[in-house]
Design a binder for this molecule. Structure first.
Ligand code: 6PG
Length: 244
């Protein structure tokens, strides 16, 4: 791993405002298409609302992006549970420039087929490869209070040969089927950013960043980009137990 950066912000608004600026600078200096995977859940919705503000809609160079999702619930895109659906409703549908690529996870009756189709799409679009694994420019992640990230829950299993990039996950409580990136793919990214807010995440953040024994098996603790940087964008509540 080539480096870890921790940034703490007083409030969610200032975190998301700064992240939006980061995305603008990234878009302004990207020479060509940049492959970016968005996260799901509720945290990124604050980012999507920030990015959907007219000032950001107007200044960000949207055409350079190819948007993917690090994980997706196998529900219809109209369902409020849909990670793509929410990103589209809040942000993507408001972007006038239609030159960006948008690659939602196919939601099919066969989860295995959806995972394989997504893998084919990723390999088709993400041209940079390292050790046979596509290299994303930027992967944005969230974290659960149980230390999961994307839909990598503790104890999840998959066959690396069958699934080198994506796999069919199952939410441990609801049993909801999901498609998720696996570690191989996430850890090849050039930049991985965790967006984490709220005091309910303070304990898992403290455990992971202070490498506590409890965190050893947390999926989020296994996100260690091989050549890229890892960033933690935290609000003061999520960082509340850190001695910084
Ligand atoms: C998902 C996400 C998942 C999420 C965490 C945190 O599809 O749910 O990818 O990994 O990032 O569960 O969710 P919140 O942001 O809602 O706390």
């Amino acid at each position: 791993m080539s480096g870890q950066i921790i940034k703490v912000f007083d409030a969610v608004d200032s975190l998301m405002g700064t992240f939006a600026e980061e995305l603008f600078y990234f878009s302004a200096k990207s020479p060509d298409k940049a492959n970016v995977a968005l996260s799901g859940g509720s945290t990124p919705k604050a980012l999507f609302h920030e990015l959907a503000k007219p000032a950001n809609l107007d200044k960000i160079h949207w055409a350079i992006f190819n948007f993917f999702w690090g994980d997706e619930r196998l529900v219809s895109y109209e369902n409020p549970e849909s990670n793509y659906g929410e990103a589209n409703r809040i942000l993507l549908s408001n972007i006038r420039d239609t030159r960006q690529g948008i690659f939602p996870v196919p939601v099919l009756s066969s989860p295995k087929e959806a995972a394989l189709l997504y893998e084919v799409k990723i390999r088709e679009i993400v041209k940079q490869v390292n050790n046979g694994i596509p290299v994303f420019d930027w992967i944005i992640l969230g974290i659960g209070t149980d230390g999961h990230t994307a839909s990598l829950f503790s104890g999840a299993k998959w066959n690396e040969d069958e699934n080198p990039l994506t796999f069919v996950a199952k939410h441990p409580v609801t049993g909801q089927k999901r498609i998720s990136f696996i570690y191989n793919l996430i850890n090849q990214a050039q930049r991985v950013t965790f967006l984490v807010t709220g005091k309910e995440k303070a304990q898992v953040i403290e455990q992971i960043l202070n490498k506590k024994p409890e965190a050893e098996n947390y999926p989020a603790a296994k996100i260690q980009p091989e050549n890229g940087i890892i960033e933690w964008y935290l609000d003061s509540e999520a960082a509340g137990l850190l001695q910084l």
